[in-house]
Unconditional design. Structure first.
Length: 280
């Protein structure tokens, strides 16, 4: 029983951490719709080609919640697909604190962060050039689907309602994943990540698809222990978007689009890892 309770408690802690970030995001979304109107929405979406660059820079901050916030903003049409991919690729979750605590050389950490930011910006711009959404997502659509009645209860109540729904889902999914990892054992997962070129990046990318912060911790620990190359680390961490994918599938209507974006994320992340492995 203690072995089962530990990952559940860890999932609860991870969920509590992202709660304020998601709440602020939904509060901003509600404010845009009900206070600032279409003008502010146009300003937020007018970042255009700069969106992926700004997204990759913001995504490098070591936390799980921003990727979830980006997914919510994408679902309501505030940011582009390229900006979303940029945030997902750059998101580092727990990587930076672990690398620093393990006394990894500063120049090595800088290279890893720089690669993720550059990859996020470049691939984000490319995605925006070739990807066009077939539907026009709006904040109004989200409010109707969630049945939040924000016009009667105010933006704070509506933001709280949206946040609690997402947080509940994140907690359940994270708890299930954590329990699965606990039962399977990290040693078996380690055996999945091989040292062969290209294949190692492909496998690390699959591990990175685990939609919570545990994957970033697992991959970074392997790198610190010299069980992973830098290319494999970059591959896994670029694909790993924290809770971003969970929130994307929950908030964005259209399973095909979500699966396509997940595939794009995986391809971009693995390519980044392979290129990094060749260079470094």
């Amino acid at each position: 029983m203690p072995h089962i309770l530990h990952p559940i408690v860890h999932a609860l802690k991870d969920t509590v951490i992202i709660l304020p970030i998601l709440f602020v995001t939904y509060l901003i979304i509600e404010f845009i719709e009900h206070k600032a109107g279409e003008k502010v929405t146009k300003i937020l979406t007018a970042s255009g080609k700069a969106g992926p660059l700004l997204g990759s820079i913001a995504g490098i901050v070591p936390q799980c919640g921003f990727s979830g916030a980006a997914a919510s903003l994408f679902a309501v049409g505030t940011i582009s697909a390229g900006t979303l991919i940029a945030v997902f690729l750059a998101t580092s979750d727990e990587m930076l604190p672990i690398l620093i605590s393990a006394s990894v050389p500063a120049n090595e950490i800088f290279v890893i962060l720089a690669v993720k930011v550059i990859a996020g910006a470049v691939f984000g711009i490319v995605v925006d050039l070739i990807y066009r959404r077939k539907k026009s997502a709006t904040i109004e659509c989200m409010c109707k689907e969630e049945n939040c009645h924000c016009e009667r209860h105010g933006i704070f109540a509506s933001a709280i309602k949206h946040t609690l729904k997402i947080v509940a889902l994140v907690f359940v999914v994270t708890a299930v994943l954590n329990v699965g990892i606990e039962l399977l054992g990290e040693e078996r997962l380690t055996q999945l990540v091989v040292t062969k070129p290209v294949l190692g990046e492909l496998v690390a990318g699959i591990v990175g698809l685990i939609p919570n912060c545990s994957a970033s911790v697992f991959l970074t620990d392997l790198y610190v222990e010299n069980a992973l190359s830098m290319g494999q680390l970059i591959s896994g961490l670029s694909v790993n978007a924290g809770v971003g994918l969970i929130v994307l599938f929950r908030t964005n209507d259209g399973i095909k689009e979500n699966l396509l974006l997940t595939f794009i994320l995986y391809v971009c992340g693995v390519l980044t890892g392979i290129i990094t492995g060749i260079i470094f």
